[in-house]
Design a protein around this ligand. Structure first.
Ligand SMILES: [Zn+2]
Ligand SMILES: [Zn+2]
Length: 484
């Protein structure tokens, strides 16, 4: 089996996303591989987004053969298929025209999904006319030789010589490209996709719902691949929208939309795989960067304990196994010593310290381990989550001096913003004023992460109370053994 991953880096740059210099509008219409990287860390826009996804997929044990559409088209790999499509452009238009009338809108569930759909290439061809008259629906479009944009109008095509004449609306360039020899353009999307199915002999390909409604790319492609390219369409699974939630502070590089790489900063790779593996592809879900992360880790750890017991194997543990390992990559990294994420993140919060300090602290509260490495890859994620995804006002400020006696402060109570707490107490002394967290106590009776509920008045906050209950709320004067 081969897993082909096709990068559509020869597609046009369609719009400037939020957060990017508006001057990039200059590049609209150019191939993504020809648009400069606004962050100046890669050779092109396309590479800037390919690199982190490639790394994230590798981290999740996903092996693939990459195919760059820029390289394929520029090298003339598809020339024979392109010429074939052009020769059969009447059949193509007949099919496209038939499906145009059957077009159904995708039902949109929420704003994120609407934005994603608006960004989809699924129906791009409907708006774009390639020329006028008989050339209005020409299946191939060159990028302008002078300005590099696809804002061209096909004005003539000679079937014998394969010379294609065009004018550019952006720069007024008028030119001729020879389709057989010059490789300056690409097939329009709805023809491009089925062409590649036949070129690569694709057996299976999943796609977003935007590609699967009547009249959209897959339904059209399915007919085109048969009638034009003499090949059968691949088996197809439509997957639902994957959104995100709990993002209050993001340093994502474009438009604030989290990427797989962002998710891997806070989720162990098997957990991110599990979010997909435990659901049907048609089931929409969110990846939550907020307080849900803590609950998700708890659920995952509980499932891990269940999976370790051969008598309890079921569909859930099967999903766990699929998430944990792949046939080629083997078992993906998980911590040698499993400390609940809520413990690690709480300790990371109150110590605001180094990995070594956190390691020492969780060691004191009952999670014995030989080195910091035993806590990875979870420790780094707990630290990243606290630093990058939990808003500053929800984090703990550790005071250098004790709170004045009598003024019992908490972040929710006094509103002073100077709450101080400390999580660990000596294993033997369970304070009567606080109780160990239920999670910690189950796995380690001596652990004493204090989970006293924040006193009284909860402010009107975006933050659900669930995180409060995972964090300690004692004042430093009440707690022995605070290292500060
Ligand atoms: Zn870059
Ligand atoms: Zn031009």
């Amino acid at each position: 089996m081969r897993h082909l991953h096709s990068w559509d880096d020869f597609d046009r740059f369609r719009k400037v996303p939020a957060g990017v210099d508006p001057a990039w509008a200059e590049h609209i219409g150019r191939p993504l591989s020809a648009v400069p990287d606004p962050w100046e860390c890669h050779d092109s826009w396309a590479e800037h987004f390919k690199a982190p996804l490639r790394a994230a997929l590798a981290e999740m044990g996903i092996e693939m053969e990459e195919v760059s559409q820029t390289e394929q088209y520029r090298a003339g790999a598809y020339t024979e298929q392109v010429l074939h499509a052009i020769r059969h452009r009447d059949v193509i238009e007949e099919v496209l025209a038939k499906h145009r009338t059957k077009k159904a809108d995708t039902v949109v569930e929420n704003e994120q999904e609407a934005a994603a759909l608006a960004d989809s290439v699924a129906d791009e061809d409907e708006e774009a006319q390639t020329g006028t008259g008989s050339l209005a629906r020409f299946p191939y479009k060159p990028y302008c030789r002078q300005c590099g944009r696809d804002t061209v109008e096909v004005t003539a095509y000679d079937d014998d010589s394969t010379d294609l004449s065009y004018t550019c609306a952006s720069c007024d360039f008028t030119g001729v490209t020879n389709v057989a020899t010059q490789h300056e353009g690409k097939l329009v999307w709805k023809v491009d996709w089925p062409m590649r199915w036949s070129f690569e002999g694709v057996d299976f390909e999943p796609g977003g719902l935007d590609h699967s409604t009547p009249g959209s790319s897959y339904t059209v492609g399915k007919e085109l691949v048969k009638r034009v390219f003499d090949f059968r369409a691949p088996s197809y699974v439509a997957y639902a929208f994957v959104g995100f939630a709990g993002v209050q502070k993001m340093s994502s590089s474009a438009g604030g939309v989290p990427t797989a790489a962002d998710a891997l900063k806070i989720l162990e790779a098997p957990i991110l795989r599990w979010l997909y593996a435990r659901r049907q592809p048609k089931q929409a879900f969110n990846i939550d960067f907020g307080v849900e992360v803590v609950r998700l880790y708890d659920e995952w750890d509980a499932l891990g304990r269940k999976a370790a017991d051969p008598d309890r194997h079921d569909a859930q543990t099967l999903a766990f196994e699929r998430a944990s390992a792949t046939a080629t990559a083997g078992t993906l990294p998980t911590p040698a010593v499993v400390v609940p994420f809520r413990v690690l993140s709480s300790v990371a919060d109150v110590t605001a310290g180094s990995a070594e300090l956190i390691s020492r602290t969780v060691g004191h509260v009952g999670y014995e381990h030989a080195s910091v490495d035993d806590l990875e890859p979870r420790l780094t994620r707990a630290m990243s989550w606290m630093a990058d995804f939990v808003p500053a006002e929800d984090r703990t400020t550790v005071r250098t001096a004790p709170t004045p006696s009598g003024s019992r402060r908490s972040r929710n109570g006094s509103g002073s913003g100077s709450a101080c707490c400390w999580t660990a107490c000596p294993p033997s002394s369970t304070s009567s004023r606080s109780r160990p967290s239920s999670t910690a106590s189950r796995s380690s009776p001596t652990a004493c992460l204090w989970t006293q509920t924040p006193p009284t008045r909860s402010r009107p906050t975006r933050r659900p109370s669930s995180r409060c209950s995972t964090t300690c709320w004692s004042t430093p004067t009440a707690v022995p053994g605070c290292p500060r």
